[in-house]
Design a protein around this ligand. Structure first.
Ligand SMILES: Nc1ncnc2c1ncn2[C@@H]1O[C@H](COP(=O)(O)OP(=O)(O)OP(=O)(O)O)[C@@H](O)[C@H]1O
Ligand SMILES: [Mg+2]
Length: 536
């Protein structure tokens, strides 16, 4: 049955039973409503409370048959069920747990959330919210609202507020849950639809240019100019241990970077010159003072400072040299001195840049990601301070496999810069999107800084509890929904959505891959049509 045209109208669902609070009620749901499939977990309902019409989300639906609880054997259950037959459903109660989120009027007319102050009284009639009402809440007009998919259970477009991304976003799910698909949908709408700037760190080389040709650049592999490296990044890439070697490398690096900054040395010469000084030192440096002379001979310039007092200089120089040789060999195509040093020439404003990290190990990926995070944050800060220097565009940075680069209980360079970006990004227009299938291994501080969350299918109870601890809006009942979600279905929370929503995210076909590989098909291509039927 449906009523007239008010905001509080809609198909009747059932009546409030038991004790009600302004924030939640239990609703006895009519059988035909459940059978028709029109009420699902995630549906929105309306009811008249003592303070006006309120909108709520169905967090859980439960069926129970009390009479079975007093039966002591499975025989008696079987007997009863047979005897009652078709009428069994008369003994069954269907209860929905509803969380009331806001008065409808301010939400629909001003997009403003106003928490209910008074309860819906027991006996109160609850109805399915009308699609027209939901559209005004979940499909607002305006360029900042971009489509992510549809609300679950109704034909209503679901949009998110892109401006809220500077309060960061975590996209979490089991593997294959639809995380990268979600990134694909968001990025295509932001770059293709809004001309936004996005940088994606692609750990598996699966993104390509997301079909945004002309508006996208793929760096495969990701590249760094050695002249833009910090000493810490260089250490990370060379995997240094041992303080004496580190002191020698630091001195040499600082002196050569000084010559580079003064224009006396080109970027392509930085690492070769370093190796040359070390090679000479390994041959003939009798003590650390001799290093100074060798440096001057090789570069043609005196160092600004004396070398640190290092014992056994020849052996140490040899050790550092061999690490640099490894670096040169392993990362030749990443450390490219011809990479522009100007950030805007690498990560072009108004475009998508995808950095393919699939061929790098974790340490190297950490060095690359932290390098760009550091530069983006510092340059955006500079832009804000000067209004003309630094990086000119707000930017969204997507980090796939975030639990590897921003792990709990372990320090990485990316973690340091991600934490800073999470804290300060909002002021400077830098939004962080962290994608992970192992939420409990993700640093809890950085995760809790992500005000927005898109949580797709998740089954592991520890992961679910961990995410709950980091997000106030994920109630026990909403969390219990997560294991039953299908691929691409998600709970969306945070300031990017007007209300927490259960959503079916659009499918994005523009990626290289992500689906499971069809083993049988792939092997079949190798087998060349032989008949294997004897083996079945
Ligand atoms: N919203 C959706 N609608 C339809 N299909 C989807 C949707 N989301 C994901 N899929 C499909 O499910 C598969 C896995 O999706 P996706 O690669 O996004 O998962 P993932 O969570 O990123 O997995 P992984 O942890 O392995 O990176 C893909 O084949 C994809 O096309
Ligand atoms: Mg993925």
């Amino acid at each position: 049955m449906e009523d007239g045209g008010s905001l509080c109208g809609g198909v009747e669902v059932g009546r409030v039973v038991g004790t009600s609070t302004p924030l939640e009620s239990i609703v006895d749901v009519r059988r035909e409503v459940v059978e028709a499939g029109s009420l699902v977990a995630g549906s929105y309902v309306v009811a008249e409370s003592l303070g006006g019409c309120v909108l709520g989300i169905v967090e859980a639906i439960r069926s129970s048959t009390e009479v079975f609880n007093v039966m002591s054997s499975s025989e008696s259950v079987e007997w009863f069920a047979r005897a009652v037959g078709e009428a069994m459903s008369n003994y069954t109660t269907r209860r929905a747990k509803v969380r009331w989120v806001s008065y409808v009027e301010p939400l629909v007319n001003g997009g403003r959330l106003e928490a209910p102050k008074l309860p819906v009284e027991p006996g109160g009639l609850v109805r399915l919210a009308r699609p027209e009402v939901l559209e005004r809440v979940f499909s607002p007009e305006g360029r900042r609202w971009v489509r992510l998919g549809r609300l679950m259970g109704v034909d209503v477009e679901y949009r998110v507020n892109v401006n809220a991304l500077t309060r960061h976003l975590a996209i979490l799910a089991v593997t294959g849950g639809g995380k990268s698909n979600t990134v694909c949908v968001l990025v295509r709408r932001i770059v293709g639809g809004l001309g936004g700037t996005v940088l994606v760190f692609d750990m598996h080389g699966e993104y390509g240019t997301l079909g945004l040709e002309g508006r996208a650049k793929l760096l495969s592999p990701a590249k760094l100019n050695p002249a833009s490296l910090t000493f810490e990044e260089l250490l990370e890439l060379t995997r240094f241990q041992g303080t004496q070697q580190e002191r020698l490398l630091r001195w040499l690096w600082i002196e050569l970077k000084r010559l580079y900054n003064m224009g006396r040395l080109g970027a392509p010469d930085l690492i070769p010159r370093m190796m040359e000084v070390l090679g000479e030192a390994a041959k003939k440096a009798s003590n650390h003072q001799a290093l100074k002379r060798i440096f001057t001979e090789v570069t043609g310039f005196e160092p600004s400072k004396d070398p640190p007092p290092i014992e056994k200089v020849k052996e140490r120089a040899m050790g550092v040299l061999s690490k640099l040789e490894d670096l040169d060999y392993e990362y030749r195509d990443i450390l490219d001195p011809h990479t522009p040093t100007n950030l805007a020439s690498i990560v072009e404003p108004g475009k998508l840049t995808v950095m393919d990290l699939s061929r790098l190990d974790e340490k190297a990926a950490d060095a690359v990601v932290s390098h760009y995070l550091r530069r983006i944050l510092t340059e955006r800060r500079k832009w804000k301070a000067t209004g003309g220097e630094g990086y000119p565009s707000p930017i969204i940075v997507v980090i796939e496999e975030a639990h590897v680069l921003i792990p709990a209980g372990e320090d990485t360079l990316t973690k340091m810069w991600a934490a800073r970006t999470a804290r300060e990004g909002r002021k400077f227009g830098v939004g962080l999107v962290m994608v992970s299938q192992r939420p409990k291994r993700l640093d809890p501080d950085v995760l809790s800084q992500a005000n927005n969350k898109i949580v797709l299918r998740m089954v592991e109870p520890q992961d679910i509890r961990y995410v709950q601890a980091a997000s106030e809006e994920l109630s026990e009942d909403l969390a219990s929904l997560l294991p039953s979600l299908n691929t691409g279905e998600a709970v969306v929370m945070g300031s990017m959505t007007r209300l927490p929503a259960v959503v079916k995210i659009d499918r994005c076909d523009a990626r290289h891959g992500g689906g499971d590989i069809d083993l049988v098909e792939e092997w079949g291509k190798l087998g060349g049509g032989e008949d294997f039927s004897d083996y079945f």
